[in-house]
Structures are given as structure tokens and as C-alpha cells.
Write a protein that binds this ligand. Structure first.
Ligand code: NAD
Length: 466
């Protein structure tokens, strides 16, 4: 990060000159981003395979297609999103025009993690560019192959006056955060989220924090175990479990656990074969540090399924743990790997109590044949996202926001939510230069009559001037 100062100054000058504001410029950047994805599809699949042993299928549905959908949606709606939004007036301002203007913040910093290294850099980037900002992208230093492509290939597509990629790990990122940005979107752990927010506070820079945590998955006695097992296993072992919204642990009764275990074994064998290590569809752990951390978690509770590991390949088998104590590390930290503990609860009420005693999760799942049970879980808990009888397929919808609550983050993005996140909503009122006689009623000396008239005028939120 030798050239931080120069880079930031270049971007600020471009922003102050108004370069990134016109709709034509924004659309050109979005189209260029679309071309980057199209031209480099194979390269990107290869880099994701190199970083995480991601299959082309998983790369497509969780990274490339989602990025492309965001680009297409932003291009289709850019004009409408940029339009001033008329606001209602009262009698006092009846002849004026009130509206909300979405204006770019200025210089935006996007910091990304390694687990979906393309999606979590480019999807926020779409929103920041569409909103007319200059952007500094800081990819994760851990997903090295993707970092290289983002640093070397992506800038060939985007206008350099309004965009830069800066590289580095914790130390360099902390240096970067000493500088003033106008908005920061950070995706990563709650621990680093605190560091980012503390640094941002020094400049009063607003932040969106997309964090992680432990996502509960409640399975009701009234369910079809094989259907639940298929869905939970796919979402737990997708990307080798390195997904912020993956079900982190199951809560169910001991009886349901007995029915789920053979069903989970069937699902795992069906998905990854008798020897999951040789399956082309199962990812690998990103690095040795994460591998060692996860291998240590295999010692918690009792292994009911899987449990094998191979350090040379950073392979951890799809695993289910039972007899797990709440105090064990696997129930104390976000797992972020292909390990699924089952915790026994006696009832829905106990499950809800268990969830509500902990930090608010990023995602919460409930599986039941009874919609009442699913709705109770929805009504009596809080989480960033919620899946009833389904995993994180909601991530494919640009119509739903992604964002945590409490310890799992603040703010939201995806689709139009991204555009709104990266736009300052400026409250505007345009009045007439003349018509002063009509306005004189509000000036001193005040009388009981003018007070009464103004009170009435203020109380009447009447019309929207289009
Ligand atoms: P991380 O917090 O370690 O790193 C994220 C980013 O912060 C990286 O770019 C890294 O270089 C930078 N960073 C690391 N240490 C820093 C420091 N001391 N100061 C400044 N910057 C620093 O997270 P990770 O290991 O890359 O990703 C895993 C975490 O991200 C999990 O907790 C997961 O749940 C979360 N996550 C959340 C979402 C979401 O959408 N909410 C998505 C993916 C991952």
C-alpha cells in the first residue's frame, strides 16, 4: 500500500470534478463490470477452484451469476433509482417542491473476506458504482488467486479515475483505515468489524458492517427427516461450510436427532459419494490456520458422521457431532467449516429461549411441517435473515436485503438496497423566490391568530407535488 495517499487523492479529485456522477458514466462502469465477468468466466472459475476447490457449479450459482444479476438489475433500473423521489408537503409548503435526492457519498471503501471472494467484492461494488461513488476495493489477502485477478484484471475494465484496488492484510488495512472515507462497507468477522467501526468513528464515517456468528437451525419433531437432511446438508457443506449464512448448528429433540442422523448420512453419501475426499463437488479449507482451527473442533462432543481430515489437502469430511456441550468451543465460536453439531432441546419454547439467550444471528432457520411452528420461530426471535423450510437460497434474490442485526452487523445491501446504502438521501425543498406575502404569516410579532393558523398548516400533511 505504498501509494495510498496518491490513490486516494486521485479518486477524490475525480469525484470533486463530478466525473462519476453522470448516469452515462455509471452505466458505462456497470457494463464494463459485466464484460469483466463475461470475458473472464473461465479464469474466475479457475481462481475460485484454486482458492477454495470450488466446483464450477458452486462458483456459478454463488458468485458469478449473482454478480451478473446485480449488474443487470442496476443497469435496468439505474435511471429510476437515480430519480428524485417526490415527498408530501403540508399547507405551509404547498406551493413548494419537496423531494429526496439520492446523491453519492464520495469516496467509498469496500473491504471483503475470502469465503466468497468475488461475490463479496463485486456485489457491493455494483451498488457503489451505480450510486455514483469513487471506490477503493480491498479484497482479502487470504484468497490469493482471486485477489490477484481483482488487482490485475478488473482495473483493465474500469475507469481508473474513479476506481482502485488496494492490497494488504490486517496491518495494511489498518493503515488504510486511518484515512478519511465517506462510506465504508466491511464484510468479515465481528472482531475486525469492531476495528473498522472504531477507525471509521474517528472521521464520523458511516459504515455498513456485514458480519458473522452462529446461525441456529431448528428442526421440529413434525418433519420429514430426509427432506430436512437434504436441505440442511447441502447448505452446511456448500463451499465446505465456509458460508456466513450457513446453518451453524441444529437444535432438535433427542428423538428427532435419532431420525435425522441416518438421513444426514444418506444425504452426504448421495451428494459426495462413499469417499467425500474424492468428490469434485466438495470444497477445501482456505488455509492451514483455518484447517487447524477446524480440526481442533472435531474433538468436541462425539463424532456421529465423518470426522476424517487430511492436512495435506486441507480436507475435512462432512461431519456431524452429537452430545455437544454448550461450553465447548464448537458451540462458542462460529464454525465456518463442514462441521454440524446437534444440540438437544425438549421443545420449541426451549429452542427459542436458547436462541434468544445468544447474540442475534445473521441467519436463522426453522424446519417443520407445521407453518405455525415456523411462524412462531419467526415471530419470537430476531436475525438478519430467516429461512423457513429452506436454507440460504434467499441470497439469490436481489429483491431481499442482506444484512445482520446486533452482533451480526448493521446496514444492508443487494439490489436496490445497495444503491440506497451507497447514496446519501438528501432532503430537498425548492421554493419560490417570490410570493413573500403568503409566507409573512410565520414571522414575528406572533399573535394568537397566526399561531393557530400555523399550527393548522403544519398539521396538514397534504399533497405530493409531482
Ligand atoms: P476477517 O474479519 O478476518 O477479514 C475480513 C477483511 O478484513 C479482510 O479483507 C482482511 O484483510 C481485513 N482485516 C483482517 N484483520 C484486520 C484488521 N486487524 N484490521 C483491518 N482489517 C483487517 O474475516 P474473514 O476471515 O476474511 O471472513 C470470515 C468472517 O466473515 C466470518 O465471521 C463470516 O461470518 C464473515 N462473513 C460475513 C458475511 C456477511 O455477508 N455478513 C459474508 C462472508 C463472511
Amino acid at each position: 500500500m505504498d501509494h495510498i495517499e496518491d490513490t486516494l487523492q486521485r479518486l477524490r479529485e475525480a469525484f470533486n470534478a463530478g466525473r462519476t456522477r453522470p448516469a452515462t458514466f455509471r452505466a458505462a462502469q456497470l457494463r464494463a463490470l459485466g464484460r469483466f465477468l463475461q470475458d473472464n468466466k473461465q479464469l474466475l472459475q479457475d481462481t475460485l477452484a484454486q482458492d477454495l476447490h470450488k466446483s464450477a457449479f458452486e462458483s456459478d450459482i454463488s458468485e458469478l451469476i449473482l454478480c451478473k444479476n446485480e449488474v443487470d438489475l442496476a443497469l435496468r433500473n439505474l435511471q429510476a433509482w437515480m430519480q428524485d423521489k417526490p415527498a408530501a408537503t403540508n399547507v405551509l409548503t404547498k406551493l413548494d417542491s419537496a423531494f429526496i435526492r439520492k446523491e453519492p457519498f464520495g469516496l467509498v471503501l469496500i473491504i471483503a473476506p475470502w469465503n466468497y471472494p468475488l461475490n463479496l467484492t463485486l456485489v457491493p461494488l455494483v451498488g457503489a458504482l451505480a450510486a455514483g461513488n469513487c471506490v477503493v476495493l480491498k479484497p482479502s489477502e487470504i484468497s490469493k488467486a482471486t485477489e490477484k485477478v481483482l488487482a490485475e484484471v478488473l482495473p483493465q475494465y474500469l475507469d481508473q479515475s474513479g476506481f482502485a484496488v488496494l492490497l494488504g492484510g490486517p496491518q495494511e488495512t489498518e493503515q488504510l483505515l486511518e484515512h478519511k472515507f465517506d462510506y465504508i462497507l466491511f464484510t468479515g468477522s465481528p472482531r475486525v468489524g469492531r476495528i473498522v467501526m472504531t477507525a471509521a468513528a474517528k472521521h464520523l464515517t458511516p459504515v455498513t458492517l456485514e458480519l458473522g456468528g452462529k446461525n441456529p437451525c431448528y428442526v421440529d419433531d413434525n418433519c420429514d427427516p430426509q427432506t430436512v437432511a437434504n436441505r440442511v446438508a447441502w447448505f452446511r457443506y456448500f463451499n465446505a461450510g465456509q458460508t456466513c449464512v450457513a446453518p451453524d448448528y441444529i437444535l432438535c429433540s433427542p428423538e428427532t436427532q435419532e431420525r435425522l442422523l441416518p438421513a444426514l448420512q444418506t444425504a452426504i453419501t448421495r451428494f459426495y459419494g462413499n469417499d467425500p475426499q474424492s468428490s469434485p463437488d466438495l470444497g477445501r479449507i482456505i488455509n492451514q490456520k483455518q484447517f487447524q482451527r477446524l480440526r481442533a473442533l472435531l474433538g468436541c462432543g462425539r463424532v456421529a458422521i465423518g470426522g476424517q481430515s487430511d492436512e495435506s489437502q486441507r480436507y475435512i469430511a462432512p461431519t456431524v457431532l452429537v452430545d455437544v456441550q454448550e461450553t465447548e468451543p464448537v458451540m462458542q465460536e462460529e464454525i465456518f467449516g463442514p462441521i454440524l453439531p446437534i444440540v438437544s432441546v425438549r421443545s420449541l419454547d426451549e429452542a427459542i429461549d436458547f436462541i434468544n439467550r445468544r447474540e442475534k444471528p445473521l441467519a436463522l432457520y426453522a424446519f417443520s411441517n407445521s407453518s405455525q411452528v415456523v411462524n412462531q420461530m419467526l415471530d419470537r426471535t430476531s436475525s438478519g435473515n430467516f429461512g423457513g423450510n429452506e436454507g440460504f437460497i434467499y441470497m439469490t434474490l436481489t429483491s431481499l436485503p442482506l444484512g445482520g442485526v446486533g452482533n451480526s452487523g448493521m446496514g444492508r445491501y443487494h439490489g436496490k438496497f445497495s444503491f440506497d446504502t451507497f447514496s446519501h438521501h438528501r432532503a430537498c425543498l425548492l421554493s419560490h423566490a417570490g410570493l413573500e406575502k403568503l409566507k409573512e404569516i410565520r414571522y414575528p410579532p406572533y399573535t394568537a391568530w397566526t399561531q393557530q393558523m400555523i399550527s393548522w398548516a403544519l398539521a396538514s400533511q397534504s399533497c405530493t407535488l409531482l
